[in-house]
Write a protein that binds this ligand. Structure first.
Ligand code: HEC
Ligand code: HEC
Length: 151
């Protein structure tokens, strides 16, 4: 058997193993070592009282993704549709009287400027979250650097 055939066979074998593996995996999520009950600590209490829409919320430091000052329940963001951009895109922000997404949202990870929202900034709620008036779970004494807060 020459090298090329051997490689082909190895690849085939690998692919077969991979397919077998993935078809036998039932959607069961486990901790890395398989010994933690990962549901034990989760308490996915649904948000009961969405906040009223309000003015933008003051940012605590300059690089902070601003908090969402309005309800977003039911706003879909998927491969084909992005509800947030219907108001926040550069094309729509004026009509919606919303803040336009900033230039940084058009840059890829090398800093190249793109013609459209970068994939890394597409799923808005990865970084921007709405608020409810809840008491903090842990105390936080964070102080921004005064010189650059602009407040
Ligand atoms: C129907 C239009 C509309 C939709 C849809 C919408 N927004 Fe907004 N958004 C607004 C308006 C209006 C404001 C407030 C602008 C103001 O008062 O200065 C705002 C404010 C914000 C701000 C605060 C900006 C700042 O400078 O503090 C963020 C962040 C934000 N929205 C994120 C989102 C995200 C994320 C989504 C999707 C899940 C979304 N918005 C969907 C209209 C919309
Ligand atoms: C990876 C994190 C991340 C994602 C994803 C993201 N943003 Fe942002 N966003 C930021 C950060 C950080 C800032 C503040 C600094 C800046 O402008 O980049 C910001 C700023 C903003 C602002 C305020 C702009 C201004 O001029 O003050 C708006 C509005 C906004 N984002 C909306 C959105 C919308 C809508 C989406 C989804 C299409 C989105 N963002 C996705 C991190 C993110």
């Amino acid at each position: 058997m020459n090298m090329r055939n051997a490689l082909g066979l190895a690849l085939l074998y690998g692919a077969a193993l991979f397919t077998m593996g993935s078809s036998s995996v039932v959607a069961e999520v486990q901790s890395l070592r398989g010994i933690q009950d990962i549901n034990a600590d989760s308490n996915p209490a649904a948000i009961q009282h969405w906040q009223e829409d309000k003015e933008p919320i003051q940012r605590d430091y300059v690089q902070q993704p601003p908090l969402v000052p309005h309800a977003i329940e039911g706003y879909k963001v998927n491969l084909k549709f992005n509800k947030c951009l219907t108001c926040h895109s550069w094309a729509n922000y004026k009509k919606a009287r919303a803040t336009k997404i900033s230039q940084t949202h058009f840059e890829d990870r090398e800093g190249e400027v793109l013609a459209n929202v970068s994939a890394r900034r597409y799923f808005c709620t990865q970084c921007h979250v709405p608020q409810i008036d809840a008491s903090p779970l842990v105390e936080n004494e964070f102080q921004p650097v005064q010189a650059i807060t602009g407040q």
